[in-house]
Design a protein around this ligand. Structure first.
Ligand code: PMV
Length: 317
C-alpha cells in the first residue's frame, strides 16, 4: 500500500467563555489558568498538507507566507516524529487574526492534517497537546461542543456535546483589520501588570462556576460568569504597559446593546477576545432578535452567525 501524500483537515474556531490570558512560567506554552470554550460551526479553516520532499512552503489563501509560528509548530512536531518537508495550504472563510480565533482553528487543522498526511495515528489528546504548544487556544479546537483546558495535562477535554445544549453565536464584525499586538506579545506584557495575579487566582473560581453552569444548562449563571471573565480580561489588558486596548467604539456599543437586550429579558450575553469583534451568545429562540439588534449598531460591518460545531477532522487524503 502506498503512503498517503496529502491530507486535508477542517477545524473551527472556538470562543472562550472563561478566558485564558497569560502563560505559566515553564516550557510548553502552558496557560497560567484554566479556560472553557465553545467550538463553533459555520466558520472554518481548511488546511491541506502535502509531503513534497522539497523545503517547507506555506500558503495562506493561496499567497506564500513566511509564518514563524507555523514553522515553529512544524519544528516541534519534527522533534518527536519523522516528518518530511511539507507544503501547507490553509484558508479561512472568516477574517484572519482579528479576534476570531483563527490561530485556534489554524493550528488544530495543521496538526490534524500533518497527523493524517504522515499517518502518525495520534489520539485527539496528543493532537491537542501539540496544538497547545503552538497556540494554547488551539488545544480546545481539536474538540467540538463545550471544551475545557485545565491542569494537570493541559490537553483540551470535551465537557458537553454541542447538541446537548445548542447555544447560538451572533458575531458582530466591527473591523477586518488584523490586530497590531499578537496575543503572545500581549500576554508577555500583561504578566507584569499589577492585576495579573488577581486575574490568575480568580479565574479558577470562574472556571468552576462556568463548568457547573454548562453541566446544569444554567444560562443566567453562564452569562454572568462569561461576561465577568471577559471584562476582567480586558481590565487586565488595559492595565498592561503598553496598554492593550482591542476595542473600537462599535465594540463598546455592541456590548451595551447586548446588556440592554438582557435587561429586557432576551437570553443573550457578550464576549470579546483579543480583537474588536463582539460575540453574542444566545439561546436559539433569541438569535434573530440579537442579529437584528447588532446589525443596527453604528460601526457594525456585518453579522456572522454560528452554532456549536465539531472538533478538528480529516476531510480526505
Ligand atoms: O491561544 P492564543 O494565543 O490564540 O490566545 C487566546 C487568547 C484569547 O482568545 C483572548 C482567550 C482564549 O482563552 O481564547
Amino acid at each position: 500500500m502506498t503512503e498517503p501524500v496529502s491530507a486535508t483537515a477542517h477545524a473551527h474556531p472556538n470562543i472562550a467563555l472563561v478566558k485564558y490570558w497569560g502563560k505559566a512560567p515553564r516550557p510548553g506554552n502552558v496557560p497560567a489558568s484554566p479556560s472553557l470554550s465553545i467550538t463553533l460551526d459555520g466558520l472554518t479553516t481548511t488546511t491541506t498538507v502535502t509531503l513534497t520532499g522539497r523545503e517547507d512552503t506555506v500558503y495562506l489563501d493561496d499567497r506564500p507566507v513566511a509564518d514563524a509560528k507555523i514553522a515553529a509548530c512544524l519544528d516541534n512536531l519534527r522533534r518527536r516524529f519523522d516528518i518530511p518537508p511539507v507544503e501547507v495550504r490553509t484558508r479561512n472563510d472568516f477574517p484572519t487574526a482579528a479576534g476570531l480565533a483563527s490561530s485556534a482553528s489554524g493550528f488544530a487543522a495543521l496538526v490534524t492534517a500533518v497527523d493524517a498526511a504522515c499517518a502518525l495515528g495520534l489520539s485527539a489528546a496528543v493532537r491537542s497537546d501539540l496544538a497547545r504548544q503552538a497556540s494554547a487556544s488551539a488545544a480546545r479546537s481539536i474538540f467540538g461542543g463545550y471544551v475545557v483546558l485545565e491542569e494537570p495535562e493541559w490537553q483540551g477535554r470535551p465537557l458537553l456535546e454541542g447538541g446537548a445544549w445548542p447555544l447560538r453565536v451572533v458575531v458582530a464584525v466591527t473591523s477586518d483589520t488584523a490586530k497590531t499586538t499578537s496575543s503572545s506579545e500581549g500576554m508577555r506584557a500583561s504578566a507584569a501588570s499589577p492585576f495579573f495575579s488577581g486575574w490568575v487566582d480568580s479565574t479558577r473560581d470562574d472556571f468552576a462556576a462556568a463548568r457547573f453552569a454548562v453541566l446544569e444548562r444554567d444560562f443566567e449563571r453562564l452569562a454572568d460568569v462569561a461576561e465577568h471573565s471577559c471584562l476582567k480580561m480586558h481590565g487586565l489588558m488595559m492595565a498592561t504597559r503598553p496598554a492593550l486596548l482591542y476595542w473600537n467604539p462599535a465594540t463598546l456599543a455592541c456590548i451595551q446593546r447586548v446588556r440592554a437586550l438582557r435587561d429586557q429579558g432576551v437570553p443573550v450575553f457578550f464576549t470579546v477576545d483579543a480583537g474588536p469583534q463582539v460575540k453574542a451568545v444566545c439561546l436559539p429562540e433569541a438569535e434573530a432578535a440579537v442579529a437584528t439588534a447588532l446589525q443596527e449598531v453604528a460601526g457594525v460591518q456585518r453579522i456572522l452567525t454560528a452554532g456549536l460545531g465539531g472538533g478538528a477532522r480529516v476531510a480526505g487524503r
